[in-house]
Write a new protein. Structure first.
Length: 427
């Protein structure tokens, strides 16, 4: 983990590399994703069988795609009671938070006109849950519970089975969250199946959830064919700490985020050169005892940077330029900086708010914008599972008051049929 001061010659170059990170992928990745999507669109179930055999090394019949209720029930017997209790506790917290995000149909009277919006849930959504290097029952809860709170009637989940089976934790989480259909299909082929539909898997209106580079690319290619939440990239964390911060805690939080995969990106910003060096030492020390040490080592070597800056204002400015997925403020009076932070997927305020608590049980969603897209994307929420239609209802009297304005603007645009559509009601 490199330490770079804002006065160093290498500072601008390091910052430029971080701020120019992007979800755009290389040509070969896009070519492969496009090929698989086209095969699924044309071949349906046959393509799903072929690619599941190729990538997961499992041969399935269409009748075996879907996990049966009996298999879900059996999953409960494969986990410990306290593990099920933890998932149920997390589900309750997630539901309580997202219920506060509910929006309702609204209308108001403006003279003789009634204006407003009707808010309605989507008919169906598809959840993609990764299943390669780690198992994420928490992502099942985070993706499915807001859908059910929003009132989505059909929630579909697809997840790969690289070793021939699906983790019981995923199945239990899906059951707790109210997922209606679970399919043992992963990768680009699962994204294609949910987008286009096959004989066995009916298509959905929107696809939610992160995945590897191929899955992310497939989602991007399907934008417009199906709705999307966001195109998520590798996990990110930026920690801002003052000189009073505990170096061991900061290091533990950086390692927490970096263990997702080799491309995870963690950054540290502080006003204290002493703390920067101590955090680096703590990272090296704590790394030794962790199960995913090899993944962590690669992630840190490729991407991790500790920046030393002259002031907290400079630290906040740096964070706004990076626009991280997770931003932790391990400082005195963190709420003083709340309105100065412009771009972050989620904020973790204070000495005792490690990102891991929000990954699982705090309640706010952990599906967040990455790669700088926090500049214009928000965290996953109930709003991703509803849509609104505008309501406009005019009386004859109210229309007569505005018809001349309509005609004039229509004439400006050279659209005389627009003008006549209003005028015809009074001729």
């Amino acid at each position: 983990m490199k330490v770079i001061a804002s006065t160093d010659r290498a500072f601008k170059g390091a910052l430029r590399r971080i701020t120019s990170r992007s979800n755009r992928q290389s040509g070969p990745v896009e070519t492969i994703a496009r090929t698989i999507l086209k095969a699924v669109e044309r071949g349906g179930d046959r393509a799903l069988i072929r690619y599941t055999k190729k990538f997961d090394r499992v041969t399935l019949k269409p009748t075996q795609f879907r996990i049966s209720p009996e298999q879900v029930k059996e999953a409960y017997y494969q986990i410990r009671k306290e593990e099920g209790d933890a998932l149920r506790y997390a589900a309750q917290r997630i539901m309580a938070f997202h219920e506060r995000q509910r929006t309702k149909t609204w209308m108001y009277q403006d003279g003789g006109a009634t204006l407003g919006q009707v808010v309605m849930p989507l008919d169906s959504v598809g959840l993609y849950v990764p299943g390669g290097k780690a198992v994420y029952p928490s992502s099942v809860l985070m993706s499915a519970i807001p859908a059910k709170v929003a009132g989505v009637k059909r929630v579909v989940m697809c997840t790969p089975m690289p070793k021939g089976g699906i983790s019981p934790y995923l199945l239990v989480a899906a059951d707790i969250a109210g997922v209606d259909e679970v399919y043992r299909i992963g990768g680009v082929q699962a994204i294609g199946a949910m987008a286009y539909g096959t004989k066995t898997i009916a298509g959905v209106d929107k696809i939610i959830g992160p995945g590897n580079v191929y899955v992310a690319t497939a989602k991007r290619l399907l934008y417009g064919t199906v709705g999307l939440d966001m195109v998520a990239g590798p996990s990110e964390l930026l920690v801002i700490a003052d000189e009073a911060a505990n170096a061991a805690h900061v290091a533990a939080d950086l390692l927490c985020e970096a263990e997702h995969d080799e491309e995870a990106q963690v950054f540290f910003v502080t006003t204290s050169d002493r703390l920067a060096k101590e955090v680096v030492r703590q990272v090296q020390e704590q790394l030794k005892g962790l199960k995913r040490q090899k993944i962590l080592a690669k992630s840190l070597a490729r991407h991790a940077v500790a920046f030393v800056v002259g002031s907290m204002e400079e630290a906040i400015d740096l964070a706004n330029q990076i626009a991280p997925e997770h931003l932790e403020l391990s400082v005195d009076r963190p709420f003083d900086y709340l309105e100065k932070v412009r771009h972050a997927g989620a904020l973790f305020l204070g000495r005792y708010t490690p990102p891991a608590v929000a990954d699982y049980v705090a309640g706010p969603n952990h599906v967040l914008p990455t790669a700088g897209t926090a500049r214009f994307f928000s965290s996953l929420s109930i709003h991703d599972y509803v849509k609104s239609s505008n309501i406009i209802a005019y009386s004859k009297e109210e229309l007569s008051k505005v018809k001349d304005h309509v005609a004039r603007i229509a004439q400006m645009e050279g659209l005389d049929a627009h003008a006549k559509s209003v005028e015809s009601r009074f001729s």
